[in-house]
Every structure is written in C-alpha cells, then in structure tokens.
Write a protein that binds this ligand. Structure first.
Ligand SMILES: [Zn+2]
Length: 162
C-alpha cells in the first residue's frame, strides 16, 4: 500500500510540474504535448487511487477478521480460566477444574481434543466401564458429545458378574 501511495504522490508532483510547463509554453504544439502528458498523468493518478481504495478495503477486511479472532480467543480464554491439564488414573489427559454445582464441589473435565480446537466440551459419563488389560482395572468412561471421543477416566470399583 505504501508503494501505491508513493507512486500516486510522485504522479501528483509531476502533474504540478506539467501545469507550469503549460503556463510557460510559447507554442500551441508545446501546449498540446504538455496537455496530452497531463491527461496521461491524471489517468495514472486515477488508477493509483482505485488501487489504493482496493488496498484500504482489503486491509479493513483483514482488521475485522483479526478483531473477530482476538474476540474469539479472549472468550475462550475467559471460559477456560482455571482449567488445568490433568492426568487421570487411567493415564488420560484432560483439562479439569473444580467447580461448585448446586451445593456440591465437583470436578468438571473438558475434552482435550476439542480444547486444542478452541471448543469447550464437557466430558459426560457413559455409564459403561472401560477395561484396561494392561493394568487389569476398570475405569469410569466418559464421552465427548462434540467429537464423540471416549475416554477412560478414574478407577471404578466395577466388577463384572460372570
Ligand atoms: Zn471432543
């Protein structure tokens, strides 16, 4: 944009010079030649102004997009305030925060997949156990309803009935 602006300024300066040439001209031929050049310079200035207008419009659009991104980021930041990366008993990493719901303090877990995409999705229990054959333990299981991922959570006292 600076280059287009400099070009327009240079063309304007040259136009002023041509006006002086016309007023100092002694013959019709000199006046005609300078007038022709003046017209060309004015057309060039007009074209530069169009280019500048386009550059300003695209810059404005860019600023609006960036402002929207900043607002989106700040909203995510304020909504996830206090959430910390947490390693559950199953080894699963989630973002957790202790919150008071009603009269009870409970830990709310957010989906780590969605968190990285700036989507806040609370993990919900499925009611099903998740078995890990390596630890030979059952874990509570939660699902993200946004990306449908399943997560083994903390150890459950679940014992299958054979
Ligand atoms: Zn998710």
């Amino acid at each position: 944009m600076i280059a287009e602006f400099s070009a327009a300024l240079t063309a304007l300066k040259e136009t002023t010079g041509l006006v002086k040439v016309i007023s100092d001209a002694k013959t019709d031929a000199e006046i005609k030649a300078a007038t022709f050049e003046l017209q060309n310079k004015l057309l060039a200035i007009q074209s530069d102004c169009f280019i500048l207008g386009d550059a300003i419009r695209s810059r404005d659009e860019e600023v609006m997009l960036l402002k929207a991104k900043v607002a989106e980021f700040e909203e995510f930041k304020s909504q996830t305030e206090g959430y910390v990366l947490n390693n559950l008993e199953s080894g699963t990493f989630v973002y957790s925060k202790k919150q008071i719901v009603g009269d009870t303090e409970t830990t709310v877990h957010l989906c780590p997949q969605c968190f990285t995409k700036k989507v806040i999705s609370i993990l919900q229990p499925t009611g099903e156990p998740a078995y890990n054959s390596h630890t030979n333990k059952y874990y509570f299981q939660s699902r993200c309803h946004s990306c449908t991922s399943l997560f083994p959570m903390n150890v459950s006292a679940y014992k299958p009935v054979w």
